[in-house]
Design a protein around this ligand. Structure first.
Ligand code: ADP
Length: 429
């Protein structure tokens, strides 16, 4: 009998313990969920538990319902914002009190294409600039900061962004978030830098001959009456050389600015390529500075017709042949080549067997005022703008140009033009 009573008691104890353990697990889960704070709580707590806990459970359920309502409301609000700001051209970013991203519209994703899905990521993972993160923190804290620019470096690339921000209240009204409007200024700043460099380079290039002319003229003004005739002639020749140089630089600058203008004035005409190259080489063979070079044309008649601006096209070849003459020693060989590629494109080339261009200079030689050997270029009357002009003209004809060279093996400047567009180049009939 005692044994049966003990067994019943033990079973009752076990059942009670099991109920208690179950309730404890539920309460722990509930506690964790409430502690986690945000988000939609999954389930409400059932009341199949001890009667003494029922009022507490009822209150907790009310709290969960309220929390779920607020979470839904805040998701709705964010969805509304996303819909409104999604297509805006300005990049918009919203971060919460812990720097988690809640909204990043398409324009923002375009600025940071490597970070695919920005939402729910911590801002620090995308933008590591300490200055920008400070700006975010101060904005969220309510400081009224002026628009500010930041340089964001990620690996090899540096982006320049302009940011303005404002503190906002989180959709559930409990915490302070921040909203930012971001402009990508990278391209603009790059262009400004290029323009600044260009003005600085151009001023420098103009100043050198100008100060030479000024110096010699001043000496002549003071002493031309007492100066020996040969010395005066030498002075005048130097002035002439430097004013020619000034003229050439200004001419090339004007050519470049016309080519870069909205109306570069390209007049396409059908040009017989092989005949055109022969005409260029004939003309150069007669020049005094080409007497000690050999010039050949390698182009079959089947290469046909190119639709191009004859004046601008001849500028390409005069720049390239001039370079081949200037930068190769006497006795060097120059070839003007044309062929049609399997793709249908036309490839033109000016090739020489001179000293070539070092590999580290090759990517830069089409930049304005870039010279491999400054002294040699100036000495031979170079302005440092020739290849830049060539590049612009080739591009206006829908083509591309590049240089191939190996030290000691000569230089080849190659151009490829489409047969049809935009210059509508056509095969011979
Ligand atoms: P430049 O007026 O100085 O000739 P370019 O723009 O025509 O300016 O050429 C840029 C630089 O490229 C030249 O200064 C020269 O150093 C180099 N270069 C161009 N063509 C050749 C060539 N055929 N052989 C060797 N170097 C060349």
């Amino acid at each position: 009998m005692i044994f049966v009573s003990l067994a019943i008691l033990a079973t009752a104890l076990l059942v009670a313990l099991r109920v208690l353990w179950k309730q404890n697990r539920r309460l722990t889960a509930l506690h964790e969920a409430i502690k986690a704070g945000q988000g939609h709580l999954q389930s409400e707590v059932t009341t199949d538990i001890l009667p003494a806990w029922r009022p507490l459970i009822a209150s907790v359920n009310t709290l969960i319902a309220e929390n779920n309502r607020l979470a839904l409301h805040s998701t709705d609000k964010l969805a509304q914002l996303e819909a409104t700001l999604g297509n805006l051209r300005e990049a918009v970013l919203i971060v919460d009190e812990a720097n988690y991203i809640h909204l990043a519209n398409r324009a923002l994703r375009d600025i940071f294409p490597t970070a695919r899905n920005l939402v729910n990521l911590r801002l620090e993972l995308i933008i590591r600039s300490a200055a920008f993160l400070d700006y975010v923190r101060n904005t969220r804290a309510g400081q009224l900061l002026p628009r500010q620019e930041f340089e964001i470096t990620e690996g090899q690339s540096t982006q320049c962004i302009e940011v303005s921000g404002a503190p906002i209240t989180s959709p559930d009204g409990k915490t302070q978030w921040a909203l930012f409007v971001i402009h990508d200024m990278t391209q603009q700043r790059k262009l400004e830098r290029l323009r600044r460099d260009f003005v600085a380079n151009a001023s420098h290039e103009l100043r050198t001959p100008l100060s030479m002319i000024k110096g010699y003229v001043e000496t002549l003004v003071d002493g031309h009456q007492t100066m020996p005739t040969e010395e005066r002639d030498r002075f005048l020749k130097t002035i002439q050389r430097h004013s020619d140089r000034l003229h050439d630089i200004i001419q090339d600058l004007l050519t470049l600015s016309r080519l870069e203008s909205a109306t570069p004035g390209v007049n396409f005409e059908p040009l017989e390529l092989a005949a055109l190259l022969e005409a260029f080489s004939d003309e150069y063979r007669r020049r005094p500075n080409a007497q000690e070079h050999t010039i050949a044309v390698v182009a079959s008649l089947s290469v046909g017709i190119i639709h191009a601006d004859p004046v601008k096209f001849s500028q390409i070849f005069s720049n390239l042949i001039d370079n081949a003459l200037k930068y190769t020693p006497k006795g060097s060989h120059i070839e003007l080549r044309a062929r049609e590629l399997d793709s249908g494109e036309l490839e033109l080339e000016v090739r020489d067997n001179g000293p070539g261009i070092p590999a580290e200079d090759l990517p830069h030689i089409f930049e304005r005022f870039y010279r491999v050997d400054k002294g040699r270029s100036r000495e031979t009357g170079g302005t440092g703008l020739g290849l830049s002009i060539v590049k612009h003209i080739v591009q206006l004809h829908g083509g591309r140009v590049w240089a191939e060279s190996e030290a000691g093996q000569g230089t080849s400047i190659r151009m490829r033009f489409p047969r049809n567009s935009p210059a509508e180049n056509v095969r011979p009939a």
